[in-house]
Design a protein around this ligand. Structure first.
Ligand SMILES: [Fe+2]
Length: 301
């Protein structure tokens, strides 16, 4: 079975590209670049890759493509066959679409909840262009073999999500079973494809494709520096500082200019590759309930 190896890049349609430039550069401390060949787009960097986040100005304010990497051309062809054998409609990207993403080849699929996925191989890596953050920072973003980070995506049923992402070679299971006041429990499914604890997670249904994008920093001072910059900004913290029970990530969540959340994390542990579950987080992660939209409460304890 062929498997995806990492969440290599993510693409978003955003209504206010100027606000995102200031947020991504001045607050989050990403590198913000542009390409003459692609006016109207912002390419955000966190490491040596050409980019890890692509922003295009449109009114979606949502995920437009989650780029999942496969090892090379052979795996790319095998993955297409694997998906088609599983009944998934695959659209092969043109050379122009691959060029716009700075990859060798790309294909497009939709998951059961209509989330837009892009499977690619051969990202452009620029070792001659060291990561140059838009503001000073103490350390770096943790990417490497773990990919850009993780996301919680919309789902139309955890069983359907599990079956689809297994077809991509990912593994995982339900890691949170949170008791609810009515006697039921809320379940959250986590899937991984490398040593990052999880690449995608799925909880209660939401309207947008994305609930949040997590970016991990390797220096604790950067976590608190970013939190201070958020607190001094117009963007509210929607889930307070806390530590997740599953990946041990110390993190907080703030609202992005597109409404969905960005989680800044530090100290997460690698994937355990064994199933277990929790009923709440270790501490903290208190949601600002009055600001939470539908489907936004899945990270609460
Ligand atoms: Fe997260």
């Amino acid at each position: 079975m062929v498997a995806v190896t990492e969440l290599g890049y993510v693409c978003f349609g955003v209504a206010d590209l100027g606000a995102w430039r200031d947020f991504a550069g001045g607050i989050l401390g990403l590198e913000v670049t542009q390409e003459p060949a692609h006016p109207g787009k912002l390419f955000l960097r966190t490491d040596y890759w050409h980019h890890r986040i692509l922003l295009e100005e449109n009114g979606a304010d949502d995920l437009t493509g989650a780029g999942l990497r496969v090892a090379g051309a052979e795996e790319f062809a095998s993955m297409r066959a694997q998906l088609e054998a599983g009944g998934v409609k695959v659209t092969t990207g043109s050379s122009q679409q691959a060029a716009e993403r700075y990859v060798h080849e790309v294909m497009f699929v939709r998951d059961p909840a209509d989330n837009p996925l892009e499977i690619f191989h051969g990202p452009r890596v620029d070792p001659h262009r060291p990561f140059h953050p838009a503001r000073p920072r103490h350390g770096r973003f943790l990417t490497g073999d773990g990919g850009v980070g993780h996301m919680i995506l919309r789902n139309k049923g955890l069983d359907e999500a599990y079956a689809f992402y297994r077809l991509l070679g990912m593994r995982g299971g339900v890691e949170y079973r949170v008791p609810l006041p009515d006697g039921n429990e809320a379940q959250v499914l986590f899937m991984h494809c490398n040593e990052r604890d999880h690449t995608f997670a799925f909880g209660p249904p939401g309207r947008k494709s994305i609930n949040h994008l997590m970016l991990q920093v390797d220096n604790l001072d950067d976590l608190f520096m970013t939190q201070e910059l958020v607190q001094a900004s117009e963007y509210p913290i929607l889930i307070s500082l806390g530590r997740h029970a599953n990946d041990h990530m110390l993190s907080f969540y703030c609202q992005s200019p597109s409404g969905w959340m960005v989680e800044i994390g530090w100290g997460g542990r690698p994937a355990t590759h064994q199933s277990e579950y929790y009923t709440r987080d270790t501490f903290g992660h208190v949601p600002a309930a009055d600001r939470m939209g539908p489907g936004m409460s899945i990270d609460r304890e």
